[in-house]
Design a protein around this ligand. Structure first.
Ligand SMILES: CC(C)(COP(=O)(O)OP(=O)(O)OC[C@H]1O[C@@H](n2cnc3c(N)ncnc32)[C@H](O)[C@@H]1OP(=O)(O)O)[C@@H](O)C(=O)NCCC(=O)NCCS
Length: 248
């Protein structure tokens, strides 16, 4: 139990830039408190104490504003950030390392008790604030669901779904998914240099490096031909690595 708790706390510190230390996470993170209480509720639920399970889940909802049905399956290191208004239904499954923001519903669209009515989030899925994921389908590993999306269909691994109804905007190759799998991107935003301003600056820096190399070659040819180049002042070399890092 304490091992799980330690993992949960560490994963929150890793994923939330605002989290400062263990004590703060333990006392001020309703997402963590809801997950811990869910473990008690789930134990009761699966050991025949259905009412007690529901009651603990209800108490957790009063304290944290997060409602997790005791029958739901929640993996390791799941982080419910802020959490207020999160609802996770009875047959929902949340894989390890998933991140869920406030106002998310993992809900059902059918009334058939006993059937799989709620979604499954595979490992590492990020669900943005206010998103509704409705139905008994699977959201693939490391997929992202945009804030306020209404998702009604399965999402392939590594893809990003946004809008109402949600559609896929980006699908990473399977290899890229596994390569970047362990890298959590806070708020689901991809730090991949797609920003047009950043792209333009990288382009300018690379162009300046090429020009510098051309000028060096021209000067070398001129000097080799015995032409005087004394008027050309020596200037500092362009440090492209440093400049590229600055505009990342
Ligand atoms: C969906 C999300 C994960 C995409 O992030 P990303 O991988 O960096 O993708 P981009 O920002 O490049 O967006 C890709 C496209 O989706 C659109 N988009 C992004 N988020 C969207 C959203 N929530 N709803 C509708 N469209 C969205 C963008 O406009 C862009 O469209 P374009 O290609 O036509 O320009 C991110 O925008 C998001 O919603 N994260 C959740 C954040 C959150 O809930 N924070 C709460 C903190 S308290």
């Amino acid at each position: 139990m304490f091992n799980h708790l330690r993992q949960d706390i560490n994963s929150i510190i890793e994923r939330d830039p605002a989290a400062r230390n263990t004590w703060e996470v333990l006392t001020c993170y309703p997402g963590l408190q809801a997950i811990v209480m869910h473990r008690w509720a789930s134990w009761c639920w699966w050991h025949g104490l259905k009412w007690l399970g529901r009651f603990i889940s209800y108490l957790a909802r009063i304290i944290t504003g997060i409602e997790i049905h005791p029958g739901a399956t929640i993996g390791r290191r799941v982080f419910i950030d802020h959490g207020f208004g999160v609802v996770i239904g009875e047959t929902a499954e949340v894989g390890d390392d998933c991140t869920i923001y406030q106002g998310v519903t993992l809900g059902g669209t059918s009334l058939h008790a006993g059937s799989k009515r709620h979604p499954t989030l595979a490992r590492g899925v990020i669900v943005g604030a206010g998103a509704k994921v409705l139905g008994g389908f699977t959201v693939g590993e490391y997929a992202k669901v945009g804030s306020n999306a209404v998702l009604l269909k399965p999402v392939p691994a590594g893809a990003t779904a946004v809008g109402n109804p949600a559609h896929i905007v980006q699908k990473e190759a399977a290899a890229a998914v596994s390569a970047s799998a362990h890298l959590f991107s806070a708020y689901g935003v991809t730090p991949n240099g797609d920003d047009p301003l950043s792209k333009a600056l990288h382009g300018l820096i690379n162009h300046a490096v090429q020009q510098e190399q051309q000028i060096e070659r021209i000067l070398a040819v001129l000097k080799g031909a015995g032409l005087p180049c004394q008027g050309v002042a020596e200037c500092d070399k362009l440090n492209s690595d440093q400049l590229n890092k600055l505009v990342e």
